[in-house]
Design a protein around this ligand. Structure first.
Ligand code: SAH
Ligand code: SF4
Ligand code: F3S
Length: 476
């Protein structure tokens, strides 16, 4: 048995890619190990979205240098978005790396490792850049191998990601994703449904559909067009599937048919992640997001009106090129007004190779970025906490994901299924995290929980023992 160590950073796309790479390598006789020391192969699945994500990987590579010197047979690989972006630069900066593979070439990993073991030297496989061929050639060079799966790499045995779209064509000026993940391509609906069916037959109850702009999904075959809402309807029909989620939404593609599908399909999570990025028209224009703040507001109002109880979350970038105090305050106004369930807030990080880096100066001082980040975070936290307080005394339906972090630390591997109560963690249909005491055997079940306490990120509750005559309360 050979041993594989794999470390993953970045978004859910990368988590899924790691699952696929592990599945392919298991077929070659590999098993996973948690330590780099006894690994035959060490892989870093990387992200380039912000400088910080890259720095983390280069310092991890720095730490592995000695291990490689002590054991030259150890294969060190850098895969994923930073491999695609930096290419030869990875070898230049870390000459002891054996393997560089972009996200569109991951199916080649097993063969490339075999080449290295056979003495072929450093191996690199990346996809074509956005100007290095015809659209068709570039698309082909980014195709991946999704149906190969490895259950042990999933978030939990009953939750899985399914990619419905690869790449991105939106070219927001700050963003590296379109150049590392290639052109936007939707997968055929039959393939997606077949993959989902397979996952459900293996015990998956919750499927999260992935795409950079997932709601831009559209598949054309002859006369027939499958819209995203059609795909949701098809997936919803799979027996045994309990929950259907999807990320990330592009504000402009939040169509009425999609909102109606989310409202009418009971298995669809009433949770939508729709990043605004900024509340200033001037900034949205510089970002080339393709919508105005008024259009975002209209989309938001329509969403809340059409889907009762929906939770909307957002992303914001602070300190993007040219952002004035007034621009920033407009973003704050949008947060205040929309009262997002939560927001991911990022300081602008200039990415070489983007339009933003080429044409727009990174002119907001680091300290100002930091202050704005903290200010917005404080506001969002206040909103999230108040929002969570609204759940006090209510009942929610929770899909139990596993032991809470605290309980995992305490847990001994021999604990019985029906042993003493442990702290469990799960999520509501509107993506709120709930912590409560229960039995290990409840992991993977959907249960009613009564909420008695709440803070910024978490609801705390107790399992509701259902009995005849119990008060009827709506379950979220
Ligand atoms: N495709 C998704 C998100 C992609 S990246 C979407 O369009 O919403 C996730 C988030 O990272 C983005 O929403 C954005 O807020 C942030 N981000 C992307 N590039 C960035 C950069 N150069 N600096 C800081 N944050 C960035
Ligand atoms: Fe990046 Fe914009 Fe595409 Fe999202 S939509 S991945 S932010 S270019
Ligand atoms: Fe990062 Fe690539 Fe995802 S750049 S955010 S891992 S698509």
């Amino acid at each position: 048995m050979k041993k594989l160590y794999i470390e993953t950073v970045g978004c859910q796309m990368n988590v899924l890619d790691s699952e696929l790479v592990v599945a392919a390598l298991r077929k070659e006789g590999y098993e996973l190990t948690a330590s780099t020391a006894d690994a035959d192969t060490v892989l870093f699945n990387t992200c380039s979205v912000r400088q910080h994500a890259e720095d983390k990987i280069y310092s991890a590579l720095g730490r592995i240098k000695e291990a490689k010197r002590d054991d030259p047979k150890k294969v060190i690989g850098v895969i994923g978005c930073m491999a695609q972006k930096d290419q030869q630069l990875v070898f230049d900066r870390a000459p002891y790396v054996d393997l560089v593979v972009g996200p569109g070439q991951l199916h080649q990993v097993p063969q490339l490792i075999r080449n290295i073991e056979a003495g072929a030297g450093q191996q690199m496989e990346v996809s074509l850049g956005r100007k290095e061929g015809s659209r068709d050639q570039i698309e082909r060079s980014h195709e991946s191998f999704d149906p190969l799966r490895d259950p042990s790499m999933r978030p939990t045995p009953f939750q899985a990601y399914v990619r419905i779209q690869i790449g991105c064509d939106k070219f927001c000026t700050y963003c590296i994703v379109p150049s590392v993940r290639g052109p936007e391509q939707s997968r055929p609906p039959e393939q997606i449904v077949a993959e989902a069916r397979q996952l459900v037959s293996e015990g998956c109850k919750e499927i999260t559909l992935l795409g950079q702009t997932v709601n831009s999904y559209r598949y054309q075959a002859g006369e027939r067009t499958t819209r995203f809402s059609d795909l949701l309807t098809d997936l919803h029909a799979i027996e045994g599937l309990e929950r259907l989620k999807f990320v990330t939404n592009y504000p402009k593609d939040m169509t009425d048919d999609l909102l109606a599908a989310v409202r009418d399909l009971p298995k669809c999570a009433k949770y939508l992640h729709v990043p605004a990025q900024s509340g200033s028209d001037a900034q949205l224009k510089r970002m080339r997001r393709g919508y105005t703040v008024a259009e975002y507001r209209e989309m938001f109002a329509r969403t809340v009106e059409k889907i009762p109880g929906v939770a909307v979350s957002s992303d914001f970038i602070v300190g993007f090129s040219g952002e004035t105090d007034a621009d920033f305050q407009l973003s704050m106004d949008l947060v205040r007004e929309c009262r997002f369930k939560n927001s991911f807030i990022f300081k602008y990080s200039e990415r070489p190779g983007t339009k933003g880096a080429d044409l727009l100066p990174d002119d907001v001082p680091e300290q100002v970025k930091r202050d704005r980040n903290n200010e917005m975070l404080a506001l969002q936290n206040e909103i999230s906490e108040a929002d969570n307080q609204g759940f006090l005394g209510r009942q929610v339906k929770v899909l139990v994901e596993g032991l809470s972090k605290a309980a995992q630390k305490k847990e001994s591997p021999s604990a019985e299924d029906n042993g003493p109560l442990v702290q469990l963690i799960g999520r509501t249909m509107c993506d709120r995290i709930v912590v409560f005491d229960g039995n290990r055997r409840q992991v993977g079940q959907t249960m009613p929980i009564a909420i008695y306490d709440a803070n910024v990120h978490t609801l705390f509750g107790t399992v509701v023992t259902q009995h005849v005559g119990a008060e009827l309360v709506t379950l979220e």
